[in-house]
Ligand binder design. Structure first.
Ligand code: ATP
Ligand code: ZN
Ligand code: MG
Ligand code: MG
Length: 473
């Protein structure tokens, strides 16, 4: 890709989040991720081009030097910052505008800095063996997978009902979503196949911004925000059926929608439990499951038929959960330490750089958070290390997993061992074989000053839940 020969006709709207807008190349497996600003700032951008460049470079550094070492390099694609012609960016912003969902238009795409992140397109991965069938990519934003056990937690409910489930009540009460999602992250992170199956089923039923499916790079299933309608399950089944109907002795036989969905979820759960880098990940987190059961989950504990193996330690979910759990104090325990740092920075503004409050996100930053003393010795270094840990945990609570599923190729079927496996699988009526590729995206650093907002949000969510939550089923 030559940045001086950019043509907006080669790019199309791909998607967006709260902070960035993504366009994908029509031929190459590439995306550009551009910053967004509040619409009221559209005339005068909140930062200079140099600051925007720095912000993007920080994202790359944070992802490649900090998150990648915590989550596992095999899952991470940090990309690079590119400088683009301003005219290209302007034309692009006009072109994508009418593809954007209305509810996201309180922000505008950055057309002033002329920089963006260039990343591999994880929804149309480059495969070693090209297949005739387009890969299916499933994006999951799993959110926080554990209950806090910090002694600083002041409300008992926080140790029983998970943050996501409480937040759902708040989102419905404040009108952000019409319906509550019955997905519970603790079920997804449990490592128990039944609970994981249950969690994915609820993600499909009410995807909100936690679940999307792409086929050949196109989004084919997501929540239509602002609309009362549920997403179209029949259309999803129509897309999925061809992937699951063959090779199961079911050719010519009818496969019910339920059976297609069942196979799809099983294949996805298997991919989430696999190592992701080809290794089988036999070491498991055996004590994991008992630790976390959310009282708001609709999963009936009595239904558990098989004890859980826990999450394999090389699985993407295990790595994300471990990183989320760097939040050991909960926001309530962290807040006094945040204030200690804030006070220190007011007294000694130059310390901001030495303590790396806004980066650079390099090995020294990682070392600061990994070499944190076990006990609070009253120092600013301790407080800084805990704040850094908390921010890393926040990123892990907000990231997305992309699972690319590629049906096993014809060649593989010719292979004797595989075809005998396939025979056995058909005999047992197991879902067809897929190879999977798992990545983690959206690993931006969360700003230091976002911590007070986190505390307020936590208080609002908990008090809303205590007011309404128990009552509304
Ligand atoms: P959030 O509001 O979740 O913080 P964000 O503004 O930080 O989101 P991203 O999540 O990085 O933005 O990107 C928005 C969407 O664009 C993603 O949910 C995903 O669907 C798509 N996307 C982002 N990066 C890629 C990629 N490398 N390949 C394919 N699709 C991507
Ligand atoms: Zn829950
Ligand atoms: Mg995101
Ligand atoms: Mg983000």
């Amino acid at each position: 890709m030559e940045v001086d020969k950019m043509d907006e006709d080669d790019w199309k709207y791909h998607g967006e989040g709260n902070k960035s807008l993504v366009v994908s190349h029509v031929q190459l497996s590439r995306v550009l991720r551009l910053l967004k600003y509040p619409a009221e700032d559209s005339e005068n951008p909140p930062q200079t081009p140099e600051q925007a460049f720095r912000q993007l470079q920080n994202i790359v550094d944070f992802s490649s030097n900090v998150m990648s070492s915590l989550l596992g390099e095999k899952f991470i694609h940090s990309g690079e910052v590119v400088k683009l012609p301003l005219e290209f960016v302007r034309q692009l912003s006009i072109k994508v505008q009418h593809h954007r969902p209305a509810w996201r238009c309180d922000k505008v795409m950055d057309i002033y800095s002329g920089c963006a992140l260039c990343l591999p397109n994880l929804t149309s991965p480059v495969l070693h063996q090209p297949t005739h069938t387009a890969p299916l990519c499933i994006e999951i934003k799993p959110k926080c997978g554990f209950l806090p056990s910090s002694k600083h937690v002041s409300k008992d409910i926080k140790t029983k009902v998970c943050r996501f489930c409480m937040h759902q009540h708040y989102k419905v009460a404040s009108g952000k979503w019409k319906r509550r999602s019955l997905y519970c992250p603790l079920d997804l992170f449990s490592g128990n196949r039944q609970r994981m199956y249950f969690a994915v089923r609820h993600l499909i039923e009410e995807p909100q911004n936690n679940f999307k499916i792409f086929k050949g790079g196109q989004c084919i299933y997501s929540s239509k925000e602002g609309s009362d309608d549920s997403p179209d399950l029949n259309s999803l089944l129509h897309h999925l059926r061809p992937y699951f109907i063959f090779g199961n002795n079911r050719i010519n036989s009818h496969m019910s929608g339920k059976a297609v969905m069942n196979d799809f979820i099983q294949v996805l759960v298997n991919a989430l439990l696999r190592g992701g880098g080809g290794d089988s990940g036999v070491v498991t987190d055996r004590h994991g499951e008992g630790r976390s059961f959310c009282e708001a989950s609709f999963f009936n504990k009595e239904r558990i038929r098989h004890g859980s193996q826990g999450l394999p330690s090389s699985s993407v979910l295990f790595r994300i959960l471990q990183t989320q759990m760097l939040d050991t104090l909960d926001i309530e325990g962290l807040n006094p330490l945040y204030r200690r740092v804030e006070q220190h920075l007011q007294d000694f503004p130059k310390e901001r750089t030495r303590l790396q409050m806004d980066g650079p996100y390099n090995e020294a930053f990682l070392e600061k958070l990994q070499k944190c003393p076990a006990e609070d010795d009253g120092s600013v270094e301790y407080a800084v290390a805990k704040v850094h840990q908390y921010r890393v945990a926040m990123t892990a609570k907000d990231c997305s997993i992309m699972v690319a599923l590629v049906p096993s190729t014809e060649e593989e079927v010719d292979d004797e061992s595989v075809s005998s496996q396939r025979w056995l699988r058909d005999f047992l009526s197991r879902p067809p074989a897929f190879s999977s590729l798992v990545s983690i995206l959206d690993l931006d650093p969360k700003p230091f000053d976002s911590i007070p907002r986190q505390l307020r949000l936590d208080q609002n969510i908990v008090s809303c839940y205590l007011r309404t939550g128990g009552a509304v089923p």
